[in-house]
Ligand binder design. Sequence first.
Ligand code: HEC
Length: 162
Amino acid sequence: MGNSTRRVFKTAVTGALTAAILVGTGVVAAHDSKKERNIESKYRHDVMEQVKYSASNIRLLARGYDGGQADAMALNIENLFNAAKLSKGAFKKDTRGDKGHTEAKDAIWEDWADFASRTDKFVADIETLKAAQASGDQAAFGQSLRGVFGNCQSCHKKYKAD
Ligand code: HEC
């Protein structure tokens, strides 16, 4: 990829990604690590951490970091895809009223159909991203990347406590 191509990537993706990742990390910093999570909360927290770390590496690669191998972007997108696919199952058990720290709002289980459909959309958007990346169409890549990252804040706003 040439320098001018990288610049196009960068402009297309930096804003949306920075916003999305800041939302994620800010929340982590704010939460009290002394509060114990129960097993469900720990599991879904770690699934979300996998989402966060793959997303963060996709952002670095999109900004021009080469990752040390030609297929680093595809592999990181695959990691994000797998983490996203784990998210519906991770939230399936209704833990309202259970002991232990969580940022998961009761609204998740009050409207499970909506929450579940958001996890499906998240996965579908990453499938679109995979196709765009494989095609080498950079405009499509930038657009689908913004699409993928739009899911983070829109879901957190409704279903994740600060
Ligand atoms: C379908 C809804 C949904 C989507 C989409 C989603 N998240 Fe989350 N996320 C949550 C919920 C709910 C929690 C709180 C989980 C808990 O504390 O049990 C969370 C937690 C997190 C956490 C903190 C871990 C924790 O539990 O404290 C990070 C970081 C995070 N998400 C990053 C992201 C990023 C980055 C994206 C987008 C690439 C994303 N999330 C997409 C629902 C979602």
